[in-house]
Design a protein around this ligand. Structure first.
Ligand code: NDP
Length: 333
């Protein structure tokens, strides 16, 4: 790290304190909009429904699925948790997904990943009806995203776009650096930003001179899964930093470095033995103009966008049906 003093502004410059982009507050704005849409649908006798398939007993997966089911209950969506045993075969799971595809009261199907080793995950994800693909992982959904057509978009990148838009961060013409090129975050993120007229650079583990590339960005999206890797002096003063990384930190040495300027957080880490951190050093708030915290930044938006996709799927699936005629919002992309 270039800045030994733990302050990151240049000599003669005043330290910036980034505006914190609070994901919980933005989620509540999205939920307020969704509640109106859901009330409109309920008035037509439609209750959007989500089926969550959870294979096995992984505590992390159970926690994610419970949060998704709880969010459905909070918003008045129908939800169903289907929990087949860990030993399920690919064919059995395909049958289960196909049954959900046929049920009209189910608008969204999510298959919680990872699936057990004996199951062919790709075949399962491709078996989900694209009209019900609320995770946005199906090749048809990906193809629509590439082509800029309306459809269901992967929740985390869609959530990042909501953070940027609802926080008034200009995207058009901005230089954006996306760190990470995974199918679920980095790639769809880059496409969404490109469609919003940003100039996008995608970085990955083979990128040369990563800090120099990042320094050119007006907006930085970090999605690598590398605790605190992005240093404050990689950030252009005033840039917007979106930290998608969600890493369980147990390394006391790294915690001491990351929280050197935050004794309360360091104390909490020492009491508990772990904490969740992003990919960006928390002191980047001294340089950035705006930044998402971890936790409480991008995370809350992922579930919010799953809810949004479920409502969107309910509308899109029924858009051509007679009960929707005359409903202007039925054709919403
Ligand atoms: P993946 O492991 O699938 O992808 C990581 C990407 O980061 C890869 O493209 C990889 O490059 C790149 N990368 C890894 N190390 C480096 C490095 N040293 N320099 C540059 N690039 C690097 O992760 P995901 O996309 O699934 O997730 C990324 C992070 O986002 C994780 O922390 C995850 O927990 C978090 N996440 C958070 C969500 C939320 O709701 N907040 C939702 C989803 C994910 P390469 O392709 O070359 O290997």
């Amino acid at each position: 790290m270039a800045c030994r003093s733990n302050t990151y502004h240049r000599a003669g410059e005043q330290a910036l304190t980034a505006r914190i982009l609070n994901g919980n507050e933005i989620r509540e704005l999205i939920y307020a909009d969704l509640r109106k849409e859901i009330a409109e649908l309920r008035a037509l006798g439609i209750q959007p429904g989500l089926a969550a398939v959870l294979v096995g007993n992984s505590p992390a997966s159970e926690m994610y699925v419970s949060s998704k089911v709880a969010a459905c209950a909070e918003l008045g969506l129908y939800s169903e948790k289907i929990a087949p045993p860990e030993t399920i075969t690919t064919d059995e799971l395909l049958t289960l997904v196909e049954r959900l595809n046929r049920r009209d009261e189910i608008d969204g199907i999510l298959v919680q990943l990872p699936l057990p080793k004996q199951v062919n995950s790709k075949r399962i994800l491709e078996a989900v009806d694209p009209a019900k693909d609320v995770d946005g992982f199906h090749p048809v959904s990906v193809g629509r995203l590439v082509a800029g057509q309306p459809g269901l978009v992967a929740c985390t990148p869609a959530g990042v776009m909501e953070i940027l838009r609802r926080s008034g961060i200009p995207i058009e013409g901005a230089n954006v650096v996306v760190m990470g090129r995974s199918d679920i975050v980095g790639k769809p993120m880059a496409l969404l930003l490109m469609h919003a007229h940003a100039t996008v650079t995608i970085c990955h583990s083979k990128t040369r001179d990563l800090p120099d590339v990042v320094r050119r960005a007006d907006i930085v999206v970090a999605a690598m899964g590398k605790a605190g890797m992005v240093q404050p002096d990689w950030i252009k003063p005033g840039a917007t930093v979106i930290d998608v990384g969600t890493n369980k930190l147990t390394d006391a040495g790294l915690a001491a470095t990351l929280f050197a300027n935050n004794p309360k957080r360091l104390e909490k880490f020492r009491e508990k033995g772990w904490t969740t951190v992003g990919d960006v050093h928390p002191d980047a708030t001294q340089v950035a103009g705006a930044m998402t915290p971890v936790p409480g930044g991008v995370g809350p938006l992922t579930i919010a966008m799953l809810m949004s996709n479920t409502v969107k799927a309910a509308r899109l699936r029924r858009a051509s049906r007679p009960e929707f005629s005359g409903q202007p919002s039925a054709a919403k992309g």
